[in-house]
Design a protein around this ligand. Structure first.
Ligand code: ADP
Ligand code: BMX
Length: 317
C-alpha cells in the first residue's frame, strides 16, 4: 500500500455502507459530484445488502463497465471476507465473502475495505491530515471506528481489525459491547450506545440524534450523556497518542461532527498532560471521507499489485 498524492486521479463509483446509512457516489478528481443515500437495513443478510448497493449505484448511472470501490462497517480481511465486529450493529454479517459476491453480482472489478480505514486515508492524503506525519481519524457515528495513518501509510492487518479503535477499553463504560468485550469506548460513545443509555434512563427517545436535540433544548440528562461520550473520545485520543505518537486526530461521523462535539472533546483533552494532547480537527470531507478514501485505497492497492507483478516477473521497476 503506497501513499497517494494526486487528488486529480481519484475518479469512479464508490459506496459507503455504515450502520445507519448507505451512500453511493460518483467521484471526479477527488470530489463527490453525485451522491445518493438510503437507510442501512441493519438486519438484512448479505445478498440483500448486495442488492441494495447495486440499486443505489444504478440510480447514479453506474453500469458494469465501471469498477466499484466499497467501504463497509465491519472488518474486511485480506481474502475479501466481511464480518461485523459489533454484531449488534449489522446482525447478519459474519464470514461473508463480500468481494466475491459483489464481483459476481456487479460483473466488474470490486475493491472492499473498512469504512473508517477508508475515511482515514482520504483525510490523511488530501484533507485535514495533509502534512501530518502521525495521524488518526475517528468516526463517532453508529459505532466508533477509526484508521491510523503513519507517514502516509495506513495501518492494516490481514484480519481487517487494525484501526478498530472503538473496541479499546474505556473507564467511562460499564456496558457489555456488541463485540463481546466489556466497557469499550463504542459502548459509551457511539450512536447506538447514546440512544441505549437514554432509553435505559427512561427518556422516550429512539436515536442519538434525538438525544442531541434534547441536549440542544436544554435537557441536562441529554447533555450529560453527550458529555460522557466526548470525554471517552478525548481519553481515546490520548491513549492512541501514547501508542502511535499522534500529532493530530480528525473526527468524523454525524456525532463527531455535530455542533459543539469537537469543542467538548477538546475541553476534556485539556485535563490530560500536554504530551498526550494531539491537535483535534474536523474531517475536511465531512460525510464524503469514506467515499473518496475507498477509491484512493483501491487505486493504491492496484499500484502495489502491479509493482509486485513486475518484480515477480524479474523486470526492474
Ligand atoms: P453511519 O454510522 O451509517 O456512518 P452516521 O455517521 O450518520 O452514519 O451516524 C449515525 C448516528 O449519528 C446515529 O446514531 C444517528 O442518530 C446520529 N446522528 C445523525 N445525525 C445526527 C446529528 N445531526 N446530530 C447528532 N447525531 C446525529
Ligand atoms: C464499529 C465497527 C467498525 C466501523 C465503525 C464505524 C461493525 C459493524 N462496525 O466500530 O467496523 O468502522 O463501527 O462504523 O463492526 P459506522 O457504522 O458507525 O459508520
Amino acid at each position: 500500500m503506497t501513499a497517494v498524492t494526486d487528488m486529480d486521479g481519484i475518479n469512479g463509483f464508490a459506496v459507503d455502507l455504515g450502520g445507519t446509512k448507505l451512500a453511493a457516489a460518483r467521484v471526479e478528481h477527488g470530489r463527490v459530484v453525485e451522491r445518493i443515500q438510503n437507510v442501512t437495513e441493519a438486519e438484512a443478510p448479505a445478498d440483500k445488502q448486495v442488492e441494495a448497493i447495486e440499486a443505489l449505484l444504478r440510480k447514479i448511472g453506474w453500469n458494469h463497465s465501471y469498477p466499484v470501490s466499497v467501504a463497509v462497517a465491519g472488518r474486511v480481511s485480506d481474502d475479501g471476507t466481511w464480518s461485523a465486529v459489533n454484531t449488534g450493529t449489522l446482525t447478519s454479517i459474519a464470514d461473508i465473502p463480500i468481494k466475491a459476491l459483489l464481483t459476481h453480482q456487479l460483473n466488474t472489478d470490486v475493491y472492499v475495505c473498512n469504512d473508517a480505514n477508508a475515511a482515514a486515508f482520504a483525510e490523511a492524503s488530501f484533507g485535514s491530515g495533509v502534512g501530518v506525519s502521525h495521524f488518526a481519524y475517528i468516526t463517532v457515528s453508529t459505532g466508533v471506528g477509526g484508521g491510523i495513518v503513519i507517514e502516509g501509510k495506513p495501518l492494516t492487518s490481514a484480519n481487517g481489525l487494525a484501526g478498530h479503535v472503538g473496541f479499546v477499553s474505556s473507564r467511562f463504560s460499564t456496558a457489555i459491547c456488541g463485540s463481546g468485550r466489556r466497557s469499550t469506548v463504542e459502548s459509551v460513545a457511539g450512536g447506538r450506545a447514546i440512544s441505549a443509555i437514554a432509553q435505559e434512563q427512561g427518556h422516550g427517545v429512539a436515536t442519538a440524534r434525538e438525544v442531541f436535540d434534547a441536549a440542544a433544548g436544554g435537557n441536562e440528562w441529554a447533555q450529560t450523556i453527550i458529555e460522557t461520550s466526548a470525554q471517552a473520545i478525548a481519553a481515546l485520543c490520548s491513549d492512541l497518542t501514547a501508542i502511535f505518537g499522534l500529532d493530530m486526530v480528525a473526527l468524523g461521523g454525524s456525532i463527531g461532527m455535530a455542533p459543539g462535539y469537537i469543542a467538548s472533546v477538546e475541553r476534556h483533552l485539556k485535563c490530560e498532560p500536554a504530551l498526550f494532547r494531539p491537535k483535534i480537527a474536523a474531517a475536511d470531507f465531512s460525510h464524503d471521507s469514506a467515499l473518496i478514501g475507498v477509491i484512493a485505497l483501491s487505486q493504491s492497492s492496484k499500484r502495489t499489485e502491479k509493482r509486485h507483478t513486475i518484480r515477480c516477473n524479474g523486470v526492474s521497476e
